[in-house]
Design a protein around this ligand. Structure first.
Ligand code: IMP
Ligand code: ZN
Length: 351
């Protein structure tokens, strides 16, 4: 089944830039940093991300890894390199539509501003768009630890970049350590929506901050990241169903962080059986040592999914994308062609 999963055209909607860099990319980033700082010695732990499954056992462990990788993306050149590497790896895994997300950071030492950071990511996307058959869009992240003023700057930048010529920024998202309450950012998400941006929120990833859920769901978000525990509450589950909010489900990430105890315990089954739109995603493919085809294979093995089920899930992912519908329809031709070649059922939403 893995070969089939690799051959499937796929859409990846939940990929954090710095969490997605592989060991190979980290080595290149270390080399780059050494060029300007010959004595630079990378933290030993950063190179062991490929073995993260042995080391990361909780979400808190994962949050120790991110700053180590972010320490390697502190210049525009490094941010662009990381972006190109990450996109190339998704392309190698036959991902046709990718939404990358990242938290714009400034760095006073290297004089990188948030605008520089975003432009560096966009430069990486532009380079890949010329060379590779993959469409990439960008979501700007608000980190739950941020001050509102900091997050507000990010939303303003998202609005500005979304209106720029190539309009690759299509949304904003909330992520970061779930022990920090996200409610203070709600007015910012409202503002983003008023300016045409889409919104996805990491919600109910662990048991922390369940108090925020009713208010966050009332937004309502256009998609939900993880939503691991939401199905346990009938009121929350009803909001998701009534609004048909797609869930971005990251099996390996949830299992490694033990937010679901086994793959079988994943909420994927609950939502899948209720025909709720779900998208399989990787979250942090570098840190969690995974890739999207593997996530499809795990889903297939754990829940006895057929080739048709996997195709439908993959297509559902594309249709949940935040790019304008016309762009998504155009990309969907790849899925239509795959269905034809593999004698799978397919009906276009346009029909
Ligand atoms: P970056 O935004 O590109 O720097 O990617 C790393 C950041 O993504 C981390 O610092 C977190 O804020 C966020 N992130 C990555 N994985 C998760 C997750 O599983 N839950 C919540 N936030 C996450
Ligand atoms: Zn995430």
């Amino acid at each position: 089944m893995l070969a089939y999963c690799k051959s499937l055209p796929k859409a990846e909607l939940h990929a954090h830039l710095n969490g997605s860099v592989s060991v190979r990319a980290i080595e290149k980033l270390i080399e780059l940093r050494k060029r300007s700082e010959p004595d630079y010695k990378a933290d030993d732990r950063v190179l062991s991300t490929a073995k993260a499954q042995d080391k990361i056992r909780t979400l808190a462990d994962a949050f120790l890894m991110f700053p180590l990788i972010q320490a390697l993306t502190q210049t525009s050149e490094a941010v662009t390199l990381a972006t190109v590497e990450v996109i190339s790896e998704f392309n190698d895994d036959n991902v046709k539509y990718l939404e990358l997300r990242t938290t714009p950071r400034e760095n006073t030492v290297t004089s990188m501003s948030k605008v520089d950071y975003i432009e560096a990511v966009l430069a990486g996307i532009a380079t890949c768009s010329e060379r590779l058959p993959i469409i990439v869009r960008l979501l700007l992240s608000i980190d739950r630890r941020q001050e509102v003023a900091d997050a507000s700057e990010t939303v303003d930048l998202a609005i500005k970049f979304a209106k720029s010529k190539d309009a690759r920024v299509v949304g904003v998202e909330l992520s970061g350590d779930p022990k920090f309450d996200g409610r203070k950012f709600l007015p910012l998400f409202q503002k983003a929506r008023e300016h045409g941006l889409k919104i996805t929120l990491h919600l109910a990833e662990s048991c922390d901050w369940m108090e925020e859920l009713s208010e966050m769901l009332a937004l309502p978000p256009d998609r939900i990241g993880h939503g691991t525990l939401l199905h346990n509450d009938p009121v929350h589950a009803a909001v998701i169903r009534e609004n048909s909010i797609p869930l971005e489900i990251c099996l390996t990430s949830n299992f490694i962080c033990q937010t679901t105890k086994t793959f079988k315990d994943s909420h994927l089954d609950f939502w899948f059986s209720r025909k709720q739109p779900v998208c399989l995603c990787t979250d942090d493919q570098g840190v969690f040592d995974t890739y999207l085809s593997k996530e499809f294979e795990i889903a297939s093995e754990t829940f006895n999914l057929t080739k048709q089920d996997l195709f439908d899930t993959s297509l559902c992912g594309l249709r949940c994308g935040f790019a304008p519908k016309e762009e998504l329809y155009a990309i969907e031709r790849i899925w239509a062609q795959f269905a034809k070649e593999h004698a799978l059922k397919y009906s276009s939403l346009r029909d």
